[in-house]
Design a protein around this ligand. Structure first.
Ligand code: SAM
Length: 291
């Protein structure tokens, strides 16, 4: 084992346009001792296009990351430089790599970013919605029930929201967003960014649902959905409505029943309402015992 540890480079690659590959990313990939890639065939083709030797590719994906990490960290400790890439964009952003970076950090290995494309930043930069504060929520859950709950839990979020979505679920996700956030909330669909059929459509959620509906081709490819945050006044109106609803129900019904009914009426998450109902029950009991 040599004294010098290697460096783990986390390298962003293009989302769909090879010309977006940075010169620094090319240099690092050309010089790395090992290139850990999500899909070695896909990355092999990309490297071949760029004239970089793909002979040092090893696979690192969702299903083998746990077992691969030890070997890669050993190589880093042995002085070899490892470059981590994913199929497209920035590794670790809804992509594998977290375990490797975490293990490298724990082993005292230097981890260095080679920044570049990421769909979330690309979409946000052209959305025309506030970018001073935003939250990235990744992929909404694939199952309808969980997805609906997931959106409802975000109803009061005031920051701009960013989601990834696949072509299989984009329509259903927009429908569930309409149900949770209302059809009038402003949003943006960024489709096939940097590719030939790039489209960036802005409008209310209802308008975007119609836009998707009118052309089957719009349902193909990859999507980022950006949603305007809740307006402050709407948040406080909704909070005071929920508070009033719970007060009335808690004064008439047992806590759990009150929370269940409030969840059915408002669509807000039941767990949150149950905690609120418990608080209100305690306050009610304290008031009653004092009088
Ligand atoms: N690591 C990637 C990044 O930095 O953006 C994201 C990987 S994630 C597995 C793939 C998702 O990212 C797609 O389902 C889509 O939501 C989004 N995405 C990736 N490329 C895109 C593109 N060219 N246009 C729009 N969305 C894209």
């Amino acid at each position: 084992m040599s004294g010098e540890k290697g460096i783990l480079y986390v390298v962003a690659t293009p989302l769909g346009n090879l010309a977006d590959m940075s010169r620094r990313a090319m240099d690092v990939l050309a010089a790395a001792d090992v290139i850990a890639a999500e899909d070695t065939r896909l990355s092999g083709r990309m490297l071949a296009h760029l004239g970089i030797n793909g002979g040092r590719l090893v696979s690192l994906h969702e299903h083998n990351e746990k077992v691969r990490v030890r070997g890669l960290v050993d190589q880093l400790l042995d002085g070899r430089n490892v470059a981590l890439i994913s199929d497209a964009g920035t590794p670790l952003i809804s992509d594998p790599g977290y375990r490797l970076v975490n293990a490298a950090v724990a082993a005292g290995v230097r981890v260095s970013p080679i920044p570049g494309p990421s769909a979330l930043v690309a979409a946000l930069s052209v959305a025309g919605l506030p970018t001073d504060r935003f939250v990235f929520e990744g992929f909404p859950p694939p199952k309808q029930g969980a997805r609906s709950k997931f959106f409802h839990a975000l109803r009061e979020e005031e920051r701009t929201l960013v989601f990834y979505e696949s072509c299989h679920r984009i329509q259903m996700s927009i429908e569930d967003m309409i149900e949770a956030f209302g059809g009038e909330r402003q949003a943006v669909i960024a489709r096939e960014l940097t590719k030939h059929y790039e489209q960036i459509e802005r409008g209310t959620l209802k308008e975007l649902a119609q836009w998707l509906d009118t052309d089957e081709d719009r349902l193909r490819g990859e999507f980022v959905v950006i949603l305007a945050g809740a307006e402050r006044s709407a948040v406080s109106a909704e909070s005071s409505y929920l508070a009033h609803l719970l007060d009335v129900l808690v004064s008439e019904l047992p806590t759990r029943q009150a929370a269940d009914l409030a969840a059915r009426i408002s669509g807000a998450p039941r767990q949150h309402l149950y905690r609120e109902a418990q608080r209100r029950r305690q306050a009610l009991e304290t008031r009653t015992s004092r009088s």
